[in-house]
Design a protein around this ligand. Structure first.
Ligand SMILES: [Zn+2]
Length: 249
């Protein structure tokens, strides 16, 4: 039995049996880890709060032959302000599912953890529109995962142009000649500038900018299409988010 320590964010929790939980933690040191938290659902358990999604903790793991358990946990941040608002919870849950999907076991990626913690912090502080936080998080996650859109020249013919369109299939900006006719309108300068800012700014500072509602609408459409094309995955938390944003009366 091996004991080791790591610092990580709880990205998924699943009830097991009467009182236990299986949790997924994204750690700084080892990437994604799945572990069993015995007794974590008992009302008086020390692990009751620390094993909840969005809890950021120092954790001591016990690695057994075929599974890992939690020995102890110490809470660093609970992201209280996310939990008090259903919209913020919905965005946050989607971020967790997206991270769970792209993260790998035994492959630490501190930049991805830092990005996620920054995104959760922004969900709490109400300085940016929640949708902008989502767009930034999605584009940055894709870029850190190897899907960086081409934003300097046409991604098809490599020529620089005055007018650009966006093509998820071709992987970024496309010029008028390479653009399939009859689809969408050219991108405004503000949209191109925002895409470049998000992709070329480091994780530490990427949430320090703002855009108009019109630009945000365009960024949102482009990002949604780009993520669907490259990840080809149905996110349940995204359905929940969309239900909350567009309730059927
Ligand atoms: Zn072209």
């Amino acid at each position: 039995m091996k004991e080791y320590k790591a610092r990580g964010l709880i990205i998924n929790e699943m009830p097991i049996g009467e009182n236990d939980k299986r949790i997924t933690v994204y750690t700084k040191e080892y990437g994604k880890i799945t572990a069993f938290a015995k007794g974590a659902r008992k009302p008086k358990s020390n692990l009751l709060a620390t094993t909840q999604v969005f809890a950021y903790c120092d954790i001591i793991f016990l690695e057994r032959k075929s599974y890992t358990t939690i020995k102890s946990m110490e809470l660093i941040d609970f992201f209280h302000n996310i939990r008090s608002d259903i919209h913020r919870v919905a965005y946050g849950m989607y971020f967790m599912e997206l991270l769970d999907y792209v993260a790998l076991e035994n492959e630490p990626y501190p930049q991805l953890l830092l990005l996620t913690l920054k995104a959760l912090r922004r969900l709490e502080d109400e300085q940016l529109a929640l949708e902008l936080i989502k767009v930034i998080y999605e584009l940055k996650v894709l870029s850190l995962s190897g899907y960086t859109p081409e934003l300097q020249c046409c991604s098809n013919c490599s020529k620089e142009a005055n007018t650009y369109f966006f093509s998820s299939r071709k992987g970024g900006l496309v010029c008028q000649l390479c653009h399939s006719k009859g689809m969408s309108s050219p991108l405004e300068e503000g949209v191109i500038m925002s895409l470049r800012y998000i992709i070329y700014t480091n994780v530490q500072s990427v949430f320090q900018f703002n855009v108009s509602e019109e630009v945000l609408d365009k960024l949102s459409i482009i990002t949604k299409e780009f993520i669907q094309y490259h990840l080809d995955r149905h996110f349940k938390t995204l359905d929940f988010l969309e239900e909350i944003l567009n309730p059927l009366v």
